[in-house]
Ligand binder design. Structure first.
Ligand code: CP3
Length: 351
């Protein structure tokens, strides 16, 4: 499978191939940390902004212009497909996704009919197509992984312990698997439509998978995320698989079918590479709070990330989680410059 950006450092790094400079982008690079975002975002929920392709295109491009990052990531949200099929949710500013009637019983499965991207989320595809026409670098499409989306649908709001979600998982395993299977199908359909519209890579966000033990992840989550990632293998686009607090899960996050394993800041990249095993690239893993200590400290920490990677070609520099809203964007500009200027890539292909 060949693509327009096969020779781009970001795509080559995802494939573990030698390239000229360490590529960098930031999760949540668009959004409230940028004054230019706050200036155009408007009233209403983020779902309203996502439904406006002109606005979403501009918001996606803002951090690319400002930081000269190596990839754009579509401005959207992991709950968009569930919202689009009428599950009944909103994203409350400052809070996150909230559901009117949380998922609790068999009958709720009917509220998750299959996604028809052209009919249900035409605005997402319009945004992807417009971005692909305007960008001179790869666009990353994405979806929420079944567990993390389920956690919002079951809890009804953001949760720290995911207790209601895990209680459903333990108490009614058949219903749990039916729910995750539907969410897997939704993610597959959404990702394929973004790839068909021109996305050059995808990321599967399982942000809250770290709430599970390795055994729980293996039994209740792995089969569904594996289904998503293997269903898009034939497209040939790099697949990034990311979660937070996944130190004990990194081998499974990789084995589920990722080309690139997203690593949070808790596990240094050299250790992460041993846990993930050969043949996969890593993405990460600067602590997103280090930027609050100023540019000098942040750039020193970025150098430590580069040192832990030790020139391995399979490395995409990123934060260990998303840019926080109070981040000073000028510090991130300095981090990008440091990575581009000082990151070195060994010339042998990844083993
Ligand atoms: O990375 C990017 O810049 C791409 C855009 C993107 C958003 N959400 C935009 C957004 C992506 C990839 C997401 C994914 C997402 N959404 C995740 C997984 C990534 C992660 O952070 O772990 C999760 C868990 C969500 C659910 C969600 N949506 C939360 C928890 C929030 C924050 C609520 C708040 O206001 O603090 C949102 C809203 C959201 N999604 C914002 C943005 C820019 C901020 C709200 C706004 O501008 O109104």
């Amino acid at each position: 499978m060949t693509g327009r950006y096969d020779d781009h450092p970001f795509i080559r790094a995802c494939r573990g191939l030698p390239h000229q400079r360490v590529p960098v982008w930031f999760m949540r690079q668009a959004g409230r940390s940028l004054p230019e975002y706050r200036a155009i975002r408007g009233e209403g929920t983020i779902l309203d902004a996502i439904a406006d392709p002109e606005l979403s295109t501009e918001i996606t491009l803002q951090p690319v212009r400002r930081y000269d990052v190596d990839a754009a990531i579509l401005y959207s949200d992991i709950v968009v497909p569930a919202h689009a099929v009428g599950f009944g949710l909103t994203v409350t500013p400052g809070v996150g996704p909230e559901v009117e009637r949380p998922f609790r019983t068999e009958a709720d499965l009917q509220r998750l009919r299959p996604l028809d991207p052209e009919a249900d989320t035409p605005y997402v595809l319009a945004t992807v197509r417009q971005l692909v026409a305007e960008l001179d670098r790869p666009l990353i499409g994405f979806a929420g992984a079944p567990f993390t989306v389920a956690s919002y649908l079951v809890e009804g709001r953001p949760s720290k312990d995911h207790a209601i979600t895990k209680a459903l998982m333990f108490a009614n395993e058949p219903l749990w698997h039916s729910l995750l299977d539907r969410l897997a199908d939704m993610a597959i359909t959404s990702l394929r439509s973004q790839i068909d519209a021109g996305a050059s890579a995808i990321q599967l966000f399982d942000s809250w998978a770290g709430a599970l033990s390795a055994a729980q992840y293996r039994r209740f989550v792995y089969p569904h995320s594996e289904k998503v990632l293997s269903a898009i293998a034939d497209t040939g686009v790099p697949r990034i698989h990311f979660g937070v607090t996944t130190g004990e899960l990194l081998d499974q996050i990789g084995a589920a079918g990722a080309d690139v394993v997203g690593v949070d800041w808790r596990v240094p990249l050299d250790q992460a590479r041993r846990r993930v095993g050969a043949g996969k690239a890593l993405q990460g893993n600067l602590d997103p709070t280090v930027v609050f200590a100023g540019a000098e400290v942040a750039c020193a920490a970025a150098r430590e990330v580069l040192a832990a990677n030790d020139g391995h070609p399979g490395h995409v520099f990123n934060l260990g989680h998303g840019v926080m809203p109070t981040t000073d964007p000028d510090v991130l500009t300095e981090v990008v410059k440091t990575v581009h200027a000082e990151g070195t890539v060994r010339s042998e292909p990844a083993e």
